[in-house]
Design a binder for this molecule. Structure first.
Ligand SMILES: C[S@@+](CC[C@H](N)C(=O)[O-])C[C@H]1O[C@@H](n2cnc3c(N)ncnc32)[C@H](O)[C@@H]1O
Length: 212
């Protein structure tokens, strides 16, 4: 468990700065300039939240990017991810899919580990890691999330467990929030009234506030 890599499914992730964040910012709740809270649930070694942070930094205005907070969580059975994510040091091989300009803008050689590169501090400041078990069905913060990503994780659970986790995501999202999963994951039937598929070529779901 835990296979992941930088710049996985960028077609879906790029929709976040180009389409979802502009829509989220139209919401009344954001006129007070509150943070834009994103949860990468089941983040493994951090490739997913860091890929997203790089895309957001490269695509969004500086002021909007300064309001982005990404919470990255995992059950981390081998207790490895916290150190990796906090340090932000990755082997060059795992970074090969990053476009050259984005790689040059956001990484420097790790002087302590040959062949590794360190992700820049400006990116690291926007990603906070915490240990979390999704099956606890408890959100990690009280504030609402604007976007929750849970990619390549739900396939490990039973349909009932997935339904319960998606329900917890539903409760944790702001009214204008989005839930994102991997291309091959379908919503369980009992979750389908809670969300509407936002776009046909990606598993991006908009919270449905009129489900009853
Ligand atoms: C294949 S990785 C997905 C990484 C990343 N989301 C991606 O799509 O590239 C699946 C991750 O789910 C995590 N996971 C499995 N069960 C979990 C649970 N109950 N709570 C939180 N994370 C869990 C695993 O530890 C693993 O890191």
């Amino acid at each position: 468990m835990g296979a992941t890599f930088f710049f996985r499914d960028t077609q879906t992730l790029k929709m976040i700065p180009y389409t979802l964040i502009p829509l989220i910012l139209e919401d009344e709740d954001h006129r007070s300039n509150r943070n834009i809270n994103i949860w990468s649930a089941g983040c493994a070694n951090g490739s997913e939240p860091y890929t997203l942070a790089i895309l957001l930094k490269e695509i969004l205005d500086e002021e909007i990017f300064s309001r982005i907070q990404i919470y990255a969580t995992d059950i981390d059975p081998n207790n490895r991810f916290e150190n990796i994510i906090k340090k932000g040091s990755y082997p060059q091989d795992s970074l090969k899919k990053i476009p050259e300009n984005m790689f040059l803008n956001n990484f420097i050689k790790d002087a302590n580990i040959q062949g590794n590169y360190l992700i820049s501090e400006i990116i690291r400041e926007h990603v906070t890691y915490a240990w979390h078990n999704l099956l606890s069905l408890k959100p990690i913060i009280e504030r609402p999330f604007d976007i929750i990503l849970c990619k390549n994780v739900l396939l490990h659970f039973t349909e009932q467990q997935s339904t319960d986790i998606i329900n917890m995501f539903y409760q944790s999202l702001s009214n204008s929030g989005f839930f994102i999963t991997e291309q091959t994951q379908k919503l369980p039937i009992s979750s389908s009234r809670q969300f509407e598929q936002f776009i046909s070529n990606a598993r991006i779901y908009k919270k449905n506030n009129d489900q009853f």
